[in-house]
Design a binder for this molecule. Structure first.
Ligand code: KIV
Ligand code: NA
Length: 265
């Protein structure tokens, strides 16, 4: 695929081709991720944790999300760029939700938005879709509601919650979402949802029976290292690599080894 669109993703599901998705919040990282051939880049509100050091995703603002997203968009050539609408800029009413989505599309150049929730935000999702803005859903563990649940543990383990999740997923498909992220739910449930829906289900901690996977890039390359959930596969230990490089640099500066004759004018 030359350029990934929301339609490409639905076609990929039809063909049984899995979808790869990673986060990026800045130009330099987005260039590497896009250049590697990842299908979808998520400008996640996890930037609140990863970039700004907040404990939750709640504090990040719409302006900050637009700054991150516009930096990402300038770097990409192929990936579809999905931007999280942050907490507090869509929950009040559908008009506010649409205004926020429009700001993201106009000011960042992103290709789609993502919102957390099902039935509760149905009217907002409809309104955004009616304006021609593609929407990705997000069900299961929804970090913007952390204070309602109190923990980041696995969601929808009980039947009632699993049924609500299934109903929400079907509703999001019915009103026109092009994909749904399922975060931290039992693999069996996620596989059932993926099987019953025609739009792609992208999992994080949702097992292998879904249509694609997403991870936070800084976690999977090991730049962060305090966060160790079971679902996280680390492909690099950049924390150690970078610490080693910084220590070497410090030594070289202190010893006078850097810069050498060749590294000066
Ligand atoms: O903000 C984020 O990074 C996300 C993914 C974990 C799906 O929403
Ligand atoms: Na998010």
């Amino acid at each position: 695929y030359k350029r990934i669109t929301t339609k490409t993703l639905v076609d990929m599901k039809k063909k049984g081709e899995k979808i790869s998705m990673l986060t990026a919040y800045d130009f330099t990282m987005a260039k590497i991720v896009d250049g590697s051939g990842v299908d979808v880049i998520l400008v996640g509100d996890s930037a609140s944790n990863v970039m700004a050091g907040h404990e939750t995703t709640l504090p990040i603002t719409l302006d900050q999300m637009i700054y991150h997203a516009s930096s990402v968009v300038r770097a990409i050539e192929r990936s579809l760029v999905v931007v999280d609408i942050p907490f507090g800029s869509y929950q009040s009413d559908p008009k506010e939700a649409l205004r926020s989505a429009i700001r993201i599309m106009k000011e960042s150049g992103g290709h789609a938005v993502k919102l957390e929730g099902g039935k509760e935000i149905k009217e907002s999702v409809k309104r955004i879709l009616n304006a021609g803005i593609p929407v990705m859903g997000h069900l299961g563990l929804t970090p913007q509601s952390i204070y309602k649940f109190g923990t980041y543990t696995v969601r929808a383990k009980e039947d009632a919650e699993a049924e609500k999740l299934k109903a929400d997923a079907k509703l999001l498909e019915k009103i026109g979402c092009f994909a749904i992220v399922l975060e931290k739910v039992p693999a069996k449930l996620a596989a059932e949802v993926a099987k019953e829906l025609t739009i792609p289900i992208i999992g994080i901690g949702a097992g292998n029976g879904v249509d694609g996977q997403v991870l936070v890039t800084h976690d999977m390359v090991g730049m962060t290292h305090e966060f160790n959930p079971r679902f996280l596969r680390r492909y690099l230990d950049l924390y150690a690599e970078m610490t080693g490089a910084f220590k070497k640099y410090i030594d070289d500066v202190k010893s006078g080894d850097f810069p050498s004759d060749k590294e000066q004018y």
